[in-house]
Design a protein around this ligand. Structure first.
Ligand code: SAH
Length: 215
């Protein structure tokens, strides 16, 4: 894996900064992980543009600046155990793997999980475990988590996910109807209950129930 030319990489990082991704650790993780490894075919030429791109199963790899802003909002520390719901291409999980101790990621499409696992191996990201599952139920066997990131839009933050968050933990989740603009929400679980913060408008594919047709 050679990765992009130095100039392409510089422009990619510049675009991230200009959209508000300013956390040095997040930028460094995004510099280390080659987005081109997560995009196939025709679209791979556009991997370093700040736009979402189609992946298999009718899904999308998110816009890099949105990945950066969500990662930043998650305030991950090196000892954290993180759950991602919506593996998709695996790009977001790969970024998180550079910032946290352990990443669990789930997708309802077995094909996406298989392809993402292959890329994690290729890039030697050994602290990520990917499962095929309906992530709206979380991962009870691995819970509780320090951080949870949902990369598909839910109508409400799923209750089981909140229950699997440690006290003091943070969850970042896009909330809203799938065909309209959604709001990115940050939820902190405190002793006295969840505290919600509205961060910014976003647009994600919907969080769906059950497994995909291919799995
Ligand atoms: N984070 C991804 C992009 C995710 S796209 C990346 O970095 O590329 C949203 C993903 O959420 C899709 O792959 C979709 O299959 C998945 N998804 C939707 N509903 C889900 C559910 N209930 N459980 C797990 N995955 C789900």
């Amino acid at each position: 894996m050679t990765g992009p030319a130095a100039e392409t990489k510089m422009q990619f990082l510049y675009a991230l900064r200009s959209k508000g991704v300013t956390d040095g650790r997040v930028l460094s993780a995004m510099e280390q992980i080659d987005r081109g490894a997560f995009v196939r075919g025709l679209f791979s030429e556009r991997a370093y543009e700040d736009m979402p791109l189609p992946i298999a199963c009718g899904q999308t790899i998110s816009q890099p600046s949105v990945v950066g802003l969500m990662t930043q909002a998650l305030q991950v520390s090196p000892r954290d155990k993180v759950l991602e719901v919506g593996t998709g291409s695996g790009y977001q999980a790969a970024i998180l793997s550079k910032l946290a101790r352990r990443i669990y990621t789930v997708d309802r499409h077995i094909r996406l999980v298989r392809e993402a696992r292959r890329v994690f191996e290729e890039l030697q990201l050994a602290n990520i475990t990917a499962f095929t599952a309906d992530g709206s139920h979380g991962l009870p066997d691995q819970a509780p988590f320090d951080r949870i990131i949902v990369t598909a839009a839910a109508e409400d933050p799923p209750g089981p996910l909140l229950a699997q968050l440690k006290i003091g933990g943070i969850m970042v989740v896009p909330v809203g109807q799938s065909d309209t603009v959604q709001t990115l929400i940050r939820v902190r679980r405190t002793e006295s209950g969840p505290v919600y913060d509205e961060l910014r408008p976003v647009r994600f594919v919907p969080l769906l129930e059950g497994l995909g047709k291919d799995g």
